[in-house]
Each structure stands twice: as structure tokens, then as C-alpha cells.
Design a protein around this ligand. Sequence first.
Ligand code: GAP
Length: 465
Amino acid sequence: MNEKTESRLEKIVSLCKRRGFVYPGSEIYGGLAGVFDYGPNGVELLNNLKRAWWKANVYDKENYYGLDSGMFKHPKVWEASGHTSGFSDPLAECRECNTRIRVDKELERVGITADEKMSEAEINKLFDSAREKIACPKCGQKNFTSAKAFNLLVKSNLGDFTSEGNDPVYLPGEACQGVYLNFKNVVDTMSPKLPFGLVQIGKAFRNEISPRNFLFRTREMEQADTQFFVKPNENEEAFKRIKQERYDWYVSIGIKPENLRFKQHDNLVFYAKDAWDIEYNFPTLGFDELEGIHDRTDYDLSQHMEFSGADLRYTDPETGEKYIPWILETSVGLGRMFMAVISDAYHEEEMDGNIRTVLKLHKDLSPYRVAVSPLLKNKPHLVEKAREVFTVLKKEFGKVAWDDNGNVGKRYRRQDEIGTPHCVVIDFETLGEENSELKDTVTVRDRDTGEQKRVAIDELIEYLK
Ligand code: GAP
């Protein structure tokens, strides 16, 4: 790990806390590993990301439909999906200090690839052959139990869960199952013509054994998924198009192309025919998975058809032919997206002889579109004029910050740190007290360049747009 990038991640985590973006979950009780809460600025950035993502994947598309399915599902759903049997990590425990390790990850570190489809016995054979090279990260000993499959689904109960024979319900291990359950409903009620897309943003929960790296690996997450239903074997062209569209979208929201790349999976998860990641160059971690793009074939609908007995075949309206569509999926955790966007926007640079921290967020993503200040907060006529401008801008842009704390320099630094693209200051010249030619103009300061311009109040909205 490299010192410089590691400290960059720490700085980003600290900025997120200090500026109300992300707080550790249940902090006053000492925290809860793998859970984070979004603060007042964080929820705005998160909602702006969701809005931009939804626009790109529903409104800007044809034949794509949104959904919002319930989190709890019939227990059989997770049997059909393969999660109760196949959704697990192989874990071993250190006999000296009880620390648990992910055996597949440790094997990978010593150059051995464990296939996701391997049985417990096969993994243990590899583990036995490599034990001399794998030490406990806590106590350094090499004395482990054998590996056991540890299921990642989070269990719960509904109704009268004290009586025997009541099946547990599971929190969703992935958001997409809710879409597959509603495939028939959408076909019956909306009559979409194949190929078509179903889109959902939904929560998912995974009992990750070692949640880590801030929002990168958490136990509670939100996934933004698109599922594109195609005719069997008509997958390749659409898969290529979808992959490229997702990459281009990240660039369109301001992520630097040099921090993005594609990676094809060598080991496929149990349902996939082909799978790619869009990787982001995360601080400290380097390139790692941001979004998964999967060719799931007819696996999901076939499984649900078998387990539920419902006919999930699509009937071609022209030929009458019936078939189970294949599914091309894109899935990204919003926490990872949030972390990538903040990391990419984070800059430390010199301005006016000082080092400043600035988030150069895309203007449609920043928590506030613009901040408004009176030059001095103890001059009622300045405050009154500033309030007028604030009200006009708020009506136009919605989220506008009123900032009259400290001096103007401090306000600029604060707004830089939360990524506000412009600051508008109402001063004595606005009132025409020093130079009548400047009456009804304001100072507009640009976040990225620090440049300040005089702009007439009645041209302000156009200028900011
Ligand atoms: N429905 C497919 C699916 O869930 P996945 O590759 O397991 O596929 C998709 O997850 C995306 O969800 C990942 O690319 C990542 O962005 C996010 N994700 C997965 N596990 C996560 C975790 N523990 N914490 C945060 N994000 C996670």
C-alpha cells in the first residue's frame, strides 16, 4: 500500500464526516461495522446521483420501465435464485486468536485462484496446499480450522416467529430479484415489446465478514440495477452497447476516464455467462470493481418458473413464439458510486498562497447549486438585499445555501469543501453606495478557478445556468 494514496482515502473519509456527507453508523454507541449514515450534504449528493442515474436509464431511454419492489420476499425466492445454497464465502478461523479469514482472498494473495463454483472440499484441498504461506493477519500464526461456507444472506422473521415451522425471511442479498418477480406483471400490464428494460434502485444486505474501506464494502447497501430482457441468443450486440453506455455515463457525470477501466471476469458467479466490471481507481485500493455488468442468460426466469410454477415465458406478439428471455444486467452499489465521485472530485491545491481542499463536483451533483452571502451580516440593508437574491435563486435552483458565517474567505473555503459551484456575494456596490454603475450587480465567484465577476442581478440565473 502506498502512503500517499492511503492518506488520501483517510482525508476523504475525514472530509465526509467534517462536512456532513457520511457518518459512521450508530456512532454514539461505538459504531456498527459495515453500516454508514448519509448526513445533510451526503443525502443531497446521493439523491442527485440517483436522479442522474434514473434519468439516463429510464427517461433518456425507450422501452425502459421503473419499478420499486418490496424488500421482503417469499422465502422460496432465495432458494430459486441460488442464494441460500450458493451465496457464500469460504471462511476459516485462526485456532490461536479466533480471527476469521476469507480463504479465497488469502489464496488469491498467494497466487492461487479459487473458482466460485468450487465445493468446500475442493477449496480445502487448495487451502491445505497453501497453508504454510498464509498467516493470521492478527496474531501471525498459521494454525487454522478448515474452510467452511459462510452464507452472506441476512436472516429475519415475520409474523408469529415464536412458533415452530415458521420459515425465516431474508433481507435481499441483491436488489434485482424484485425485478424478476415482477417480470410477468409488467408484461401483462404494460405490454412492452422485447427487448425492454426494467430498472430499480433498491436496498441489499450482505453479512460481509470483513466490511472495509469506507463505503466500498458495507453490509447494507443500495444497488442501482438495470435488467434488459432480450430474445435468447440475441445478447451480444446489446451487451456491448450496454457496457459502453455505462462507461460513458460515468464520464458524463465528471469522472476522469483515466480512473476508469473495464475488466472481464475469469471466474463467473453461478448465474453468469459473461461478466465485466467497470473498475474505478479508488484511493488506497487502486483499481477495483465499481459496477458489474452480467449476461445472466435465462437463469433467473427459468429458476423462478421452476420454483413458483408460474409461466414466465414471453409470447412474441407477431409470431406467437414463446420463450424465456435472457437478461443483461448492470448493477452498481450507490455507496461505491458515491465514493468514486467524491474521490474523483477531491483536490488539494494552492489558491491565493494557501492550500485549499475543493470538491470539483459536476454542477448537477453538488449538494448546493449556489451559495448566497451578504458581505457583512451585521448590516441590515446588505442582509435584506442578499435575502432577496437568495429567494429568487432558491425558486429557480431549489437547493441554495445561505452562508453568513465568518468572513467571505472562510465561506469560500467551506463552500469549496462541499463542492458548491458558485458563491454570490452582495456588497456595498450592489446597493450602489460606492459606484452607482455597479448598482444591482453582485460578485460571483467560480469554485474551480477562484475567478470573481460582477454580474447584474437580473442576468444572474442565466449566468449560473
Ligand atoms: N445483482 C447482481 C449483483 O448483486 P454484485 O457484483 O454482487 O452483483 C453489484 O454486486 C454491485 O453492488 C457491485 O459492483 C458493487 O458496486 C455493489 N456491491 C456489492 N457488494 C457490496 C458491498 N458489500 N458493499 C458495497 N457495495 C457492494
